[in-house]
Ligand binder design. Structure first.
Ligand code: NDP
Length: 341
């Protein structure tokens, strides 16, 4: 029930062609659209940060999945945080900071029931898209619940310098892992894993076969593999897993832009003799852990026990570049887009 000056139009990204293989800027269009004033029960939000996430690549394909594909020629969506600039909803005032699902645009009009108020005094606003948001809960629930992490486990995580992976490795250390090993795609990232995030060992998967590098980094084998990558990483982990080891199948980013069926893992039958458990996960199944996750991860961040990085692209016009950059590995930690104004 409040209002500040709002513009008549704002920019939004639309998918205009379905990418085949790697997305290119030509698959997207930045379009100016009228800003709709909120109706009863709605709020108008000026987005401050947009999230770009790997799962969005899947939504660009016209296939049935756990989230519907992006329609062509319509505004795309995704996680965003911003400030309420007009409200017709009980309990939401101009200036409130909110997390919601209408990203890829400068202004969003939505039902207040689809927004969650967040506190920028507790953590930087963008953290609600990362460490304190969806990727954070993915790491927390994936490791502790799906992966049934036990103190003393040796843990291997791929995509270890990214939003989810960097948290998985650090949470495993904080919870008493015997050894944490990570893989990432550059020498700088590998150094960061060991020196900033406290991993016991790390390697660059581009330097040589994952199987060989993992065997050196975890000579006693691994008990838990957190898979963000799939393919040769998963195959190597199946080979390295100890008896009754567990693999959390969280993502398979190595194949998101593939146009043909992926190669491996070719050694799946090892799972029989080793009594392995490989379990897929979706973060949305784990909302019951949200309070414990916020309390624990929020506490570690506050106490300086958890390092958290972001790669920040500037301006709505750079959202597509940020997204393609994420798939290429340009980011360390969470990739977000900061909007001016
Ligand atoms: P990241 O921040 O980890 O960014 C993606 C990273 O993937 C890049 O930085 C890049 O780093 C790496 N990468 C890209 N291509 C390859 C490749 N061919 N082989 C190995 N690594 C590659 O993203 P998120 O933390 O947001 O997501 C991580 C994974 O978790 C993704 O697979 C995502 O789909 C999944 N996910 C799943 C969820 C679920 O509910 N199941 C929820 C959230 C995320 P590098 O330089 O190291 O190559």
């Amino acid at each position: 029930m409040s209002e500040s000056a709002t513009p008549a139009a704002g920019r939004e990204w639309q998918l205009v062609a379905r990418p085949s293989g790697w997305p290119t800027p030509a698959d997207f269009a930045l379009v100016e659209a009228p800003v709709r004033q909120p109706g009863p029960g709605e709020i108008l939000v000026r987005n401050a940060f947009l999230s770009v996430d790997p799962y969005m690549r899947g939504r660009m394909n016209d296939v049935k999945s756990y989230v519907p594909p992006y329609p062509l020629g319509k505004a795309m969506d995704g996680g965003a945080v911003g400030y309420v600039v007009a409200s017709q909803a009980e309990g939401f005032e101009v200036g409130d900071a909110v997390l919601h699902g209408l990203g890829w645009r400068e202004y969003a009009t939505l039902g207040a029931a689809h927004a969650v108020k967040v506190d920028p005094a507790l953590a930087p606003l963008s953290y609600y898209l990362g460490a304190l948001g969806m990727p954070g809960l993915t790491a927390y629930a994936g490791l502790l619940s799906v992966g049934a992490f036990q103190e003393g486990d040796t843990v291997f995580v791929s995509g270890a310098a990214g939003a989810v992976g960097s948290l998985v490795g650090q949470i495993a250390k904080l919870k008493g892992a015997a050894r944490v090993v990570g893989s990432a795609g550059s020498a700088e990232k590998v150094t960061r894993l060991v020196e900033e995030y406290g991993f016991d060992a790390a390697f660059n998967y581009k330097d040589g076969p994952v199987r060989e590098q993992l065997a050196k980094a975890a000579p006693e084998g691994i008990d838990l593999y957190f898979d963000n990558v799939g393919g040769d990483h998963l195959e190597a982990a199946i080979g390295a897993l100890n008896l009754r080891g567990r693999a959390v199948l969280c993502g398979a980013i190595a194949q998101y832009n593939d146009t043909s069926a992926p190669a491996g893992p070719r050694n799946l039958a090892l799972a029989i003799g080793k009594r392995l458990r490989l379990e897929g996960m979706l973060v949305n199944d784990h909302t019951e852990l949200q309070p414990a996750f916020v309390a624990e991860v929020g506490g570690w961040l506050r106490d300086g026990k958890l390092a958290y990085d972001e790669t920040v692209a500037e301006g709505v016009e750079n959202t597509v570049d940020a997204f393609i950059g994420l798939l290429r590995g340009d980011n360390t930690g969470k990739m977000v887009v900061r909007l001016g104004g």
